[in-house]
Design a protein around this ligand. Structure first.
Ligand SMILES: NC(=O)c1ccc[n+]([C@@H]2O[C@H](COP(=O)([O-])OP(=O)(O)OC[C@H]3O[C@@H](n4cnc5c(N)ncnc54)[C@H](OP(=O)(O)O)[C@@H]3O)[C@@H](O)[C@H]2O)c1
Length: 240
């Protein structure tokens, strides 16, 4: 079977990232997987890059990837953090911790946007439409915030959403052939959600494989209309 497409999956060792790599390989896609760690997937269609996610490393890897693979159909950033070894999401204002906030802001906001920055030369030059997706979360929706709490995670995802919304305006103005997507996977079985799974009914806790199938499907059905799509695992639009 011939390879049909080339996809870049960043944060490829996480639950959703790894499942997306496997889903794309299953669909005869050449996958360029980027991670802090080496990923234990052996396949003839996979190319791997290791990064420390410094701006220098991100810029160098994106440059290398686009030089070697000028025809990239999708770029998906699966990075994200909710808790650290020191901090769990805040239940009250008094728990706010600036180090924890800065860590989440870096992983959830700065890293995905730096990848978008790094791939701009590709997105501006390619004649081939390219979908650029970041894993967001419904909790980053300001209008949907009824429960409160989780200050740092909410704010970092809301900031990610605003950066992508702003970038979409610029990309449209610059007639860039790219589509931006912010994807909420729903509660998915992973290291990130593990401490919060107790109250989730089994049918509402998704497998990474299911989420990856949905994400891959929606990446292939986007309309290149100059808008950013903030969508959930069903493809339903989420209000800002
Ligand atoms: N699981 C859920 O219920 C859920 C719900 C809503 C939204 N999301 C979002 O979905 C995305 C994927 O999460 P997941 O459930 O697959 O979680 P996961 O299994 O814990 O994976 C987390 C990913 O984030 C990266 N990461 C973690 N800490 C990092 C750090 N300090 N610096 C750089 N990268 C770091 C890892 O990249 P490496 O491969 O480089 O290690 C890994 O790919 C996240 O953006 C998350 O916010 C998840």
């Amino acid at each position: 079977m011939m390879i049909q497409e080339t996809a870049v999956v960043i944060g490829a060792s996480g639950a959703i990232g790894k499942a997306l790599v496997n889903e794309k390989l299953k669909n005869h896609t050449h996958v360029i997987a980027v991670s802090r760690a080496s990923i234990n997937i052996k396949h003839p269609y996979i190319t791997m890059y290791e990064t420390d996610y410094s701006q220098k490393s991100i810029m160098a890897i994106a440059d290398r990837i686009t030089r070697v693979n000028p025809k990239i159909h999708s770029i998906t950033v699966c990075n994200g953090a909710l808790h650290t070894s020191e901090n769990m999401p805040e239940k009250k204002i008094e728990s706010f911790d600036s180090d924890y906030f800065n860590t989440l802001l870096h992983v959830n906001t700065v890293i995905p946007f730096t990848w978008l920055q790094a791939f701009m030369p590709h997105l501006m030059s390619t004649e081939m439409p390219c979908v650029f997706t970041a894993l967001s979360a419904r909790i980053g929706s300001i209008s949907d915030n009824r429960l409160g709490g989780w200050y740092s995670y909410r704010a970092s995802k809301a900031a990610l959403n605003m950066l992508f919304k702003t970038a979409a305006v610029e990309l449209k103005r610059r007639k860039c052939n790219a589509k931006l997507v912010l994807f909420h996977p729903g509660t998915t079985d992973s290291k990130l959600s593990k401490p919060f799974q107790n109250n989730v009914p089994p049918e509402k806790l998704f497998s990474p494989t299911f989420v990856a199938e949905q994400l891959n499907k929606f990446e292939h059905s986007r309309e290149f209309n100059g808008e950013v799509d903030f969508i959930d695992w069903q493809g339903e639009t989420i209000n800002w």
